[in-house]
Design a protein around this ligand. Structure first.
Ligand code: HEC
Length: 401
């Protein structure tokens, strides 16, 4: 394995583990909060209790504030799960999208920009994104959350559209994910953790906690809650060229994000506390409805206005199809690739032998005729005529003779 790929493995693996710990934790906290049983007899500082069974014993957990001086010496914090998810995510962005001549970041058919420019836009948008978002919510948004929410959503959707106009489709999706992940991480480290610090300091000194910090932390954790499902889709999105390489890829992503956040919303409203739940019809049915919006994005929008593949009068023989593949695909998809960026055939997909081409015909059709996401960023300059010819051969049964 090349160093590049080994780094990819290390960071991706660590990213996944840290991400599972972070999001898993956060969903468990959310669930506990919503299922607390209020225990008024426990005094004004108690916010509720929950009784759980797991790993061979019972957990008797109480959420409460403390009297001054009651703080035990050991307090567990939950911030490094997020910290490591973000750091490994940025490392992965560098390894996969910035290195290798930014081959995955730039698609000349979208915008023929220089790698240095593309990388600067990618990193710059993270800084600018955080500054605008945090600025909005640290001042105006605290008093006017509805307007700030509408503005934030509009700006987020605007960024998705902008990313889709400068980066390859695949990178536009990931860039959106990195932006959201960066906002979430900023929320944790710049708002939620400081609020917890102030809570601890206030408890020690017996003073009231700073109200603004705690309101801010609450708002930001709600944002993070809604960001999770869309972000998880984006993390998986590079498996779905049908979505990211469509000419309306930005609209597809917006639909999936609205649907994902909507599902999260109705999961949030499921519990009423005290172990009570809303009727299934009130939360599960609308959750399915929101899932339907995401699905419609994937099923319907990806069918809109596809550039029709030109129909040919004459059936194209295999010899011609193979000639095209040899020229446009073999530089990467061969046992001995010629493209220095791919010393091993990507995804182990090779087209050296006629049988290999025949077996892969449906994927060849999907990637190079329908979605046109292959050749990668059209590095080998495949023409539309060649796509039509290859499509014709496959539509006529992909026969070798
Ligand atoms: C510049 C290198 C390069 C060229 C040229 C190239 N590919 Fe790919 N191909 C890749 C990379 C990288 C991947 C893995 C990432 C991905 O799936 O987007 C891949 C993955 C694939 C896959 C497997 C994933 C799937 O969706 O099934 C298929 C099939 C494929 N390419 C078809 C083609 C065809 C057909 C051509 C020629 C018309 C072609 N490729 C030309 C780099 C290339």
């Amino acid at each position: 394995m090349r160093l590049n790929e080994v780094l990819d493995v290390i960071f991706r693996w660590a990213h996944l583990v840290a991400g599972i710990m972070w999001i898993g934790n956060s969903m468990l906290w959310n669930w506990m909060d919503r299922n607390l049983e209020k225990a008024t007899e426990r005094g004004r500082l108690s916010q509720g209790k929950i009784f759980m069974v797991h790993s061979g014993a019972f957990y008797d957990v109480e959420k409460k504030l403390l009297e001054p001086g009651e703080l035990p010496p050991m307090v567990h914090w939950f911030k490094w799960q997020n910290g490591f998810t973000w750091m490994t995510g940025i490392a992965l962005l560098v390894v996969v999208y910035f290195m290798n001549g930014a081959a995955f970041l730039i698609d000349p058919s979208v915008a023929a920009i220089d790698p240095a420019v593309a990388i600067s836009i990618s990193l710059g948008s993270l800084f600018v994104g955080w500054i605008i978002y945090d600025g909005l919510w640290s001042s105006y948004g605290e008093q006017h959350p509805r307007v700030a929410t509408a503005l934030s959503i509009a700006m987020l959707f605007g960024s998705i559209f902008a990313f889709s106009q400068v980066f390859s489709g695949r990178a536009a999706y990931i860039q959106t994910g990195v932006l959201i992940g960066t906002l979430m991480t900023g929320n944790v480290w710049m708002c939620i953790v400081p609020s917890q610090r102030s809570l601890i300091a206030a408890t020690k000194s017996g003073k009231e906690q700073d109200e603004t910090l705690s309101i801010r932390a609450k708002q930001r954790s709600i944002h993070n809650n809604y960001f999770t499902f869309p972000l998880l889709f984006i993390m998986l999105s590079n498996h779905f060229p049908g979505a990211y390489s469509h000419h309306l890829n930005w609209l597809v992503l917006i639909a999936v994000m609205v649907g994902g956040a909507g599902v999260r919303h109705f999961m949030n409203t499921r519990y009423l506390g005290e172990g009570r739940q809303r009727p299934v019809a009130v939360w599960l049915a609308p959750a399915f409805g929101m899932g339907g919006i995401a699905l419609a994005g994937l099923l319907v929008i990806t069918r809109l206005g596809e550039v029709p593949i030109r129909k040919l009068d004459q059936p194209v023989p295999f010899a011609r199809a193979q000639e095209i593949i040899n020229k446009r695909c073999l530089p990467c998809h061969s046992v001995t690739p010629r493209d220095p960026a791919w010393p091993v055939a990507p995804n182990n997909v090779v087209f050296d032998l006629p049988l290999q081409i025949e077996i892969m015909a449906p994927r060849i059709y999907e990637r190079s005729v329908k979605t046109k996401s292959m050749p990668l960023n059209n590095k080998t300059l495949m023409s539309l005529d060649e796509r039509a010819e290859l499509g014709n051969w496959i539509e006529n049964g992909a026969r070798l003779k």
